[in-house]
Design a protein around this ligand. Structure first.
Ligand SMILES: *[C@@H]1O[C@H](CO)[C@@H](O)[C@H](O)[C@H]1NC(C)=O
Ligand SMILES: *[C@@H]1O[C@H](CO)[C@@H](O)[C@H](O)[C@H]1NC(C)=O
Ligand SMILES: *[C@@H]1O[C@H](CO)[C@@H](O)[C@H](O)[C@H]1NC(C)=O
Length: 418
C-alpha cells in the first residue's frame, strides 16, 4: 500500500511539472526582466524551463536551462544613440525582422533544440517585431502557445486574438496620446494603427516567414495558422498604469509582475548609506534605461541638465557612463547600475527622471514617486502620455529640452506638496 502510494506521488510529481520552452529573441534587457521572475517562479514550482535568452542566469537554477544567444554583434546594452525618433524608425526596425530571426535560429545551440525533437508541453514566445519563433511549435509539435509582451497593445497583437482596438479612444503603441484625443489625434491614431498592421504584414511577416522556412522546413504553416494556436497573451498593462481598455478573453494584463511580492530587495550597503544620509533634501534618481548610449546625448541637453542640477539642493543619483560624458556637477553621483526598485522605494527618493520606460514608470508608481520623463523611442511617448494625463508626471521633449523648461519642471515637482 505504502509503495503504491509512493509510486502514485512520484507519478503525479512528474505529471504535474510541464516542460516549457521560453523564447526571448531580442537583445533588450527590459523585455526579459518582465518575465524572468515568472519563469523562475514556474521552475520553483517544479516546471522545467528552457529559456532562449540574451540574459542568462548568473547562478545556475534547478529546473532552469539557459540557451544563451547573447553576442557582441547584437548587443544593445548602452548602445543606442539618442536621435530623432519617428514612426519610420520603428518601421525600419520591423523590416529588420530577418536579422532578428537569423540571429537566434542560426545558433548551433538553438538548432540543437530543433533537431533533438524533445517534447515540450508549452511554447512561451515573445510577441514583438516578428513571429518566426512560432515555428518551434510546428517542428516540435507543441500544442499550447502563450504569447507575452513587455509593452501594451502592439497593433498586430490585437488581430491575433480579436482584441478590441477602437482607435477613437485606445491609443496604440505608435501614437503618443492618452485616451482623450482631439479629432485630428484620433485620425492620426487610426491611420497609424492601420499602417502599422500593414507594415507588419508586408515588412515583418513576408520577410521573416521566408527566413523561418529555412530553419523549420518548407512545410511550415503560414504565420496566420501558427498565430491562431496562441491561446493566451500576457500584456504589460493595468488600469493603474496604462490606458483602461476592453480586452478579449485570451488577453490578460500583468503589469507589476516583475515586482517581488515581498517588496523591493535590500539595497547594497554603500547605496543604503548614501540614500540614508540625504534625509534633509532627498535624492533625485535619474536613469535612461539599459539601451541609451550616454555619449550621444546632445551637448545642449547636457548643459541644461547640469545647470539645473547645480541649482537644486538635492543629490542626484544617475545611472550613467562616466567616461562618455562631460564632467559632472558636484551633487551628482554616477553609478553604472542601480537596483532601481529599491532606490525608488527608499523614503529619501523624491523624484524619478527617466526616458518614459514602462518598467521605471510602473516602479515609480508602486513606490509613490513622481516622474519627469524625456521620451526617446518606441513606446516611451505613449507611456508618458498616460502618466502625464493622470498627473503623475511631467514630460519634456528631447528636441525641445532647455534649461528653462527643465528647471521649472524640477521646481514644480519638488515643491508640489500633493
Ligand atoms: C525542481 O522541480 C522539482 C520537481 O520536478 C521540485 O521538487 C523542486 O523543488 C524544483 N527545484 C527548485 C530549486 O525549484
Ligand atoms: C554588451 O555590452 C555591455 C556594455 O556595453 C557589456 O557589459 C556586455 O558584456 C556586452 N555583452 C555581450 C554579450 O557582448
Ligand atoms: C502531435 O501532438 C499531438 C498531441 O498534442 C499528437 O496527437 C500527435 O500525434 C503529435 N504528432 C506527431 C507527429 O508527433
Amino acid at each position: 500500500m505504502r509503495t503504491s502510494m509512493i509510486v502514485m506521488i512520484c507519478l503525479f510529481g512528474t505529471i504535474d511539472g510541464a516542460r516549457i520552452l521560453a523564447i526571448f529573441p531580442y537583445p533588450i534587457k527590459s523585455h526579459y526582466v518582465v518575465y524572468e521572475p515568472l519563469l523562475k517562479a514556474l521552475s520553483a514550482k517544479g516546471h522545467e524551463i528552457t529559456a532562449v535568452t540574451h540574459f542568462p542566469q548568473k547562478v545556475h537554477l534547478a529546473n532552469f536551462t539557459d540557451v544563451d544567444v547573447s553576442s557582441s554583434s547584437m548587443n544593445w546594452t548602452n548602445n543606442r544613440a539618442v536621435d530623432h525618433f519617428s514612426i519610420w524608425t520603428s518601421f525600419k526596425f520591423m523590416l529588420n525582422s530577418k536579422e532578428h530571426c537569423e540571429h537566434v535560429l542560426d545558433r548551433s545551440e538553438v538548432k540543437q533544440i530543433v533537431n533533438a525533437k524533445e517534447h515540450f508541453d508549452l511554447l512561451l514566445s515573445e510577441i514583438f517585431i516578428t513571429d518566426c519563433m512560432l515555428g518551434f511549435a510546428h517542428v516540435l509539435n507543441i500544442s499550447k502557445i502563450v504569447g507575452v509582451t513587455s509593452t501594451t497593445g502592439l497593433p498586430w497583437l490585437n488581430s491575433i486574438v480579436r482584441n478590441p482596438e477602437n482607435p477613437s479612444y485606445i491609443p496604440n503603441f505608435h501614437s503618443s496620446y492618452s485616451d482623450q484625443m482631439s479629432l485630428i489625434e484620433r485620425l492620426y491614431n487610426t491611420a497609424v494603427l492601420l499602417i502599422s498592421k500593414f507594415v507588419y504584414r508586408i515588412g515583418s511577416d513576408w520577410i521573416s516567414y521566408n527566413t523561418a522556412k529555412n530553419y523549420f522546413g518548407y512545410d511550415l504553416p503560414n504565420f496566420d495558422t501558427l498565430r491562431s494556436k496562441i491561446s493566451l497573451i500576457l500584456i504589460n498593462g493595468h488600469p493603474a498604469v496604462s490606458t483602461v481598455r476592453p480586452l478579449a478573453p485570451r488577453v490578460k494584463e500583468i503589469a507589476g509582475i516583475h515586482i517581488p511580492i515581498s517588496g523591493p530587495k535590500p539595497l547594497p550597503v554603500d547605496l543604503q548609506d548614501y540614500l540614508d544620509s540625504q534625509s534633509s533634501n532627498g535624492v533625485i534618481y535619474f536613469s535612461l534605461g539599459s539601451q541609451i548610449d550616454m555619449s550621444t546625448i546632445p551637448d545642449q541637453v547636457f548643459a541644461a541638465l547640469y545647470r539645473a542640477f547645480e541649482q537644486v539642493p538635492q543629490q542626484i543619483l544617475w545611472t550613467c557612463a562616466k567616461g562618455r560624458m562631460p564632467s559632472l556637477p558636484r551633487n551628482v553621483k554616477c553609478i553604472g547600475w542601480a537596483p532601481q526598485l529599491s532606490v525608488l522605494c527608499h523614503p529619501n527618493t523624491r523624484l524619478l527622471i527617466n526616458h518614459g520606460g514602462l518598467l521605471g514608470i510602473q516602479e515609480a508608481i508602486y513606490c509613490g514617486v513622481p516622474i519627469i520623463g524625456i521620451p526617446i523611442f518606441g513606446d516611451h511617448f505613449l507611456n508618458m502620455a498616460h502618466v502625464v494625463k493622470k498627473g503623475l508626471a511631467l514630460e519634456i521633449k528631447m528636441e525641445e529640452f532647455s534649461y528653462k523648461q527643465f528647471s521649472s519642471s524640477l521646481k514644480e515637482i519638488l515643491s508640489n506638496k500633493r
